[in-house]
Design a binder for this molecule. Structure first.
Ligand SMILES: Nc1nc2c(ncn2[C@@H]2O[C@H](COP(=O)(O)OP(=O)(O)OP(=O)(O)O)[C@@H](O)[C@H]2O)c(=O)[nH]1
Length: 186
């Protein structure tokens, strides 16, 4: 085999490896590893452009009951359909939907106001609640946060705020979207 052909084959194999390392095999969505690096990159970009960044954490309600009532394979199918529906709600050119782990997904949305972020989360909630699986309604709870970071801001606080909002959504009865109270990311 010619050297050029070997190099091309190697390149294809490397691209595949790196793609597989960044994708969740079940849903085909970016995985947590990709989310982490995407968020770090976007965080720096929005600091430089003095823009905002929003994070939405999405958790399927009582997901365990799908596994318990219908088996793990049906649970897997629910994860796939939820992932696909969420991905249709965002702008693929600027935003990211990833499977964070288990029955939890995350969306990163740059340059979106708190109000619009909550509207997006609400749209996701509605799209999912319109799905039916084995005559059982699927619902999600969502927690979102928006920050205008600068060099002194703490990236981890964005997740903390969105996670607290998700906790509020669950505590308020699930099947709802809550936005973090204010910009505490400084
Ligand atoms: N089928 C399937 N189940 C998974 C996967 N990853 C995690 N789980 C299951 O997801 C379930 C999560 O359950 P809990 O953390 O109790 O959450 P929940 O039932 O959604 O309840 P709330 O979040 O409180 O509304 C567990 O039963 C896990 O076994 C997966 O890849 N496939």
């Amino acid at each position: 085999m010619r050297r050029k052909d070997v190099e091309t084959k190697l390149q294809v194999a490397n691209n595949l490896l790196s793609k597989n390392a960044n994708l969740d095999p079940l849903t085909g969505l970016p995985n947590r590893r990709f989310y982490d690096s995407f968020l770090k990159g976007k965080w720096q970009e929005v600091i430089e452009s003095k823009a905002s960044i929003s994070l939405i954490i999405i958790d399927i309600d009582h997901f365990k009951t799908f596994n318990d009532d219908y088996g793990h394979q049906v649970g897997d199918e629910v994860l796939v359909v939820v992932g696909k529906t969420l991905a249709q709600c965002i702008r693929a050119s600027t935003d990211l939907i990833a499977r964070y782990g288990g029955e939890e997904f995350v969306a990163i949305v740059p340059n979106m106001s708190e109000h619009k972020t909550l509207q997006l989360a609400e749209r996701m909630r509605q799209q999912i609640s319109a799905l039916e699986f084995k005559s059982k309604q699927i619902t999600i709870s969502l927690g979102s946060a928006t920050v205008h970071p600068d060099q002194t801001s703490d990236l981890a606080s964005l997740f903390k705020q969105a996670d607290q909002a998700l906790y509020d959504a669950k505590a308020q009865g699930r099947n709802r979207a809550c936005h973090a109270k204010s910009d505490l990311g400084k």
